[in-house]
Design a protein around this ligand. Structure first.
Ligand SMILES: [Zn+2]
Ligand SMILES: [Zn+2]
Length: 361
């Protein structure tokens, strides 16, 4: 953008310099000198009107990419519901296959203790997936109050023109500021922030666990079904009934879908687990990396103020205050609220006490 402007202004500047040179030597007529002065005056006026201390190459690149950002944001906003329907339909199809195709097969072959274990584990996992997904899409991530308040803020949002508390960021898809924003998730059609971050992570974790369970558990059935499908084109053709053919294809679909989701979602879950262990969100990861490098260049060390140590970060994130909470709040569906209001970031009392005792030692 700047390059194009300099290309156009280059010849104009050259002419102006020639005119100025003539003007200094007092050879040009008064009319021309007047024109030169007006040009200078106009240039100063224009620059003063368009001056912006935040202007720079980043602003120019942002402005050039603005139509692309707008397109991506709107596509995600419009297709948000489609993604949610896709998650529900795909999950529903796996559950339907498990009940209609897998269950009749394993009822004939599995022992009673093995059947009981599969029955309890699969239903526990399914309940946690459905619960956390429902909570993640229906729980608002949390928004800072707009108007006069006494909340400590760190900056002003350039889009909302409202003060931003610490860890708050503007979501261009939701078009508002979000407390402790992690990212905007199209699969939830919702922003992931302070109030639904735990639901999002738990959904990813239990969905990965469910997909690994399905793909590992159905490996033998998948191999048999795949081998059977390969015999379909033989002569004479095998005597499989319509129901058996549907079962074969469903088992292959189940295994491929679950394995693919387990790999993709598993990688995402591990990445988020690393961030939670460090006490950072996805956005803070980039900010902290930049800050770490900046301070390192000055010979100083960056310290993340929201990092209480790996285990305490997990306890704060999951809302685990006592040992019993690992069962009632993590392994069972729980709608407890996260620590704090998402605007002030004082750690829970047990974290403060723990840090103080460590410092005393
Ligand atoms: Zn904003
Ligand atoms: Zn959003």
């Amino acid at each position: 953008m700047r390059g194009q402007r300099s290309l156009l202004l280059g010849p104009a500047r050259l002419c102006l310099r020639l005119l100025l040179l003539l003007g200094y030597r007092r050879r040009c007529p008064p009319l021309l000198r007047g024109l030169v002065q007006r040009w200078r005056y106009g240039k100063v006026c224009l620059r003063s009107l368009l001056y912006n201390s935040f202007g720079g190459s980043d602003t120019a690149v942002d402005a050039a990419f603005e139509p692309i950002y707008w397109l991506v944001d709107n596509v995600i906003r419009w297709f948000g519901v489609v993604f949610v329907v896709l998650v529900i339909v795909l999950t529903g199809s796996i559950v339907a296959i498990a009940y209609l195709c897998v269950l009749p097969l394993i009822l004939r072959t599995y022992s009673v203790p093995r059947l009981c274990w599969h029955f309890f584990y699969s239903h526990w996992n399914l309940i946690l997936i459905v619960f956390h997904y429902y909570q993640a899409i229906t729980t608002p991530p949390g928004y800072p109050p707009q108007g006069r308040n006494d909340i400590a803020t760190v900056s002003i949002c350039k889009k909302c023109i409202y003060p931003k508390p610490a860890r708050t960021h503007h979501c261009s898809i939701c078009n508002r500021c979000v407390l402790k924003m992690d990212h905007h998730c199209p699969w939830l059609n919702n922003c992931v922030g302070h109030y639904n971050h735990r639901y999002f992570f738990s959904f990813c974790f239990f969905m990965t666990l469910g997909c690994v369970y399905c793909s590992y558990g159905s490996w033998d059935l998948f191999r048999e079904a795949y081998a059977a499908i390969e015999t379909y084109q033989q002569t004479p053709p095998p005597t499989f009934s319509f129901r058996e053919r549907i079962t074969h294809k469903s088992l292959v679909y189940l295994w491929f879908l679950c394995s693919s989701v387990a790999l993709a979602l598993g990688a995402l879950t591990i990445w988020h687990a690393v961030l939670i262990s460090r006490g950072e969100t996805s956005i803070e990861r980039h900010i902290n990396k930049k800050e770490r490098r900046r301070l390192q260049a000055k010979g100083r060390v960056f310290r993340n103020p929201y990092n209480y140590g790996c285990l305490d970060n997990w306890k704060v994130f999951l809302g685990v205050d006592t040992g019993r909470h690992w069962l009632t709040r993590v392994l069972l569906p729980s709608s407890h609220l996260p620590h704090g209001n998402g605007m002030s970031w004082d750690p829970p009392p047990w974290v403060t006490a723990h840090s103080a005792s460590v410092m005393a030692v």
